[in-house]
Design a protein around this ligand. Structure first.
Ligand code: GLU
Length: 287
C-alpha cells in the first residue's frame, strides 16, 4: 500500500507553498489508491506554538486536504528518538559537542579553507577530538548536543543510493560534515526524527519541496545505520512569486489563514495550486 505524508513544523502559519506541497503529497496518494498521513514536526521547543498546530489542522481541512488515521506528533515520541541515539552511540558514531554557534563561527572564520556544505559551513570537528577525560568532565558541566561522526558513519554504511522519482541518486552525506542528531535544547533533531518517523508511519513515498533534496542524503545514511526502509522521494519545484523568488513568509507570501479570512474560495485556490498557479492578486506577492 502506497503511503505519502505532509509533515509541517508548527513554527509559523502555513502559506501557499505549504498548501502546494500538501496538495501534491495528498494527490499522489489518491492517484495511486494509497493513504495520505499527517505528521506535526513539533520538536523545536523555542519555536513551536500550539496555536500553529490548530491553524495547520484548520487550514488543511479548509483546503480539502484530508488525511487518514491519527496525526503523529513528534513531541510525543522523544523516547523513540532516544533509543535510536543510544543505538548510534553504542556503534561509536556519536560524540557530545559543547560548542556554541559563536564559537563555531569564530573557528570557521579563523580558518582560510573552512569547507562549506549544503547547510553552510561544515562543523570543524572541535569536539570530535576531545580526550575521554575532558569529554566526561565537560558532560557533567555543560549542555551539549550530539553529533554524528560523519566519516565513520559514511565508511560503515558504504555507497548508498536513493530514488528521486525514477532517477537513482548517489547519497553524498559527507558534504554536510558532522551533523547534529540531538540538539542542546531538544533530545533529537529534524534529520533524525524525520527519518525515524517516515519509517514509523510506513511512508513509501515522500513528496516534498526541492529545498530538502540535499538533506535526503543524510536521511538515506540514517536509514542505513538504523536498518530502516528507504522510501521513494519525489521532490517538487517550489512555487515562486512574480519576481521569481521562492514563496516565503519573509517575502510577504500570504498565509492560508489570511486567504481564509478574506473569503477566498478554497476549491478555486486548490485548483489553481494544482495547476502550479498562484491565486489571482497574489502573483506579485511581496514585489
Ligand atoms: N518539517 C519540515 C518542514 O516543515 C518538512 C519535513 C519533510 O517534509 O521532510 O520544513
Amino acid at each position: 500500500m502506497l503511503i505519502s505524508r505532509f509533515a509541517p513544523s508548527p513554527t509559523g502559519l502555513l502559506h501557499l507553498g505549504h498548501a502546494y506541497s500538501a496538495l501534491l503529497a495528498h494527490d499522489f496518494a489518491a492517484r495511486h489508491g494509497g493513504i495520505f498521513k499527517l505528521r506535526i514536526e513539533d520538536i523545536d521547543p523555542g519555536r513551536t506554538r500550539s496555536e500553529h498546530v490548530d491553524a495547520i489542522i484548520e487550514d488543511l481541512s479548509w483546503l480539502g486536504v484530508a488525511w487518514q488515521g491519527e496525526i503523529l506528533f513528534q513531541s510525543r515520541r522523544l523516547p523513540v528518538y532516544g533509543q535510536a541515539l543510544d543505538r548510534l552511540r553504542a556503534m561509536d558514531l556519536l560524540y557530545p559537542c559543547f560548542c556554541t554557534r559563536a564559537s563555531i563561527a569564530a573557528e570557521v572564520a579563523a580558518s582560510a579553507a573552512a569547507p562549506h556544505g549544503p547547510e553552510g559551513a561544515v562543523y570543524p570537528g572541535t569536539c570530535r577530538v576531545l580526550g575521554e577525560g575532558e569529554r566526561r568532565q565537560l558532560m557533567a558541566e555543560r549542555p551539549h548536543a550530539w553529533r554524528l561522526d560523519m566519516a565513520r558513519a559514511a565508511t560503515l554504511a558504504g555507497t548508498l543510493y536513493w530514488h528521486d522519482d525514477h532517477t537513482e541518486v548517489v547519497a553524498e552525506p559527507e558534504a554536510f560534515g558532522d551533523v547534529v542528531l540531538a540538539r542542546k535544547d531538544a533530545p533529537t533533531s529534524y534529520h533524525l526524527a524525520v527519518t525515524i518517523d517516515d519509517a514509523a508511519q510506513g511512508v513509501t513515498d515522500v513528496v516534498r519541496g526541492r529545498d530538502l533534496y540535499a538533506a535526503t542524503d543524510i536521511h538515506r545514511l540514517l536509514q542505513a545505520l538504523l536498518d530502516l526502509p528507504t522510501p521513494t522521494y519525489h521532490h517538487h519545484s517550489l512555487l515562486a512569486d512574480a519576481a521569481g523568488r521562492r514563496l516565503a513568509k519573509r517575502h510577504g507570501a500570504p498565509t492560508l489563514a489570511d486567504l481564509r479570512l478574506k473569503g477566498v474560495d478554497p476549491k478555486k485556490l486548490a485548483e489553481d495550486l494544482r495547476g502550479g498557479r498562484l491565486p489571482a492578486g497574489y502573483s506579485a506577492a511581496g514585489a
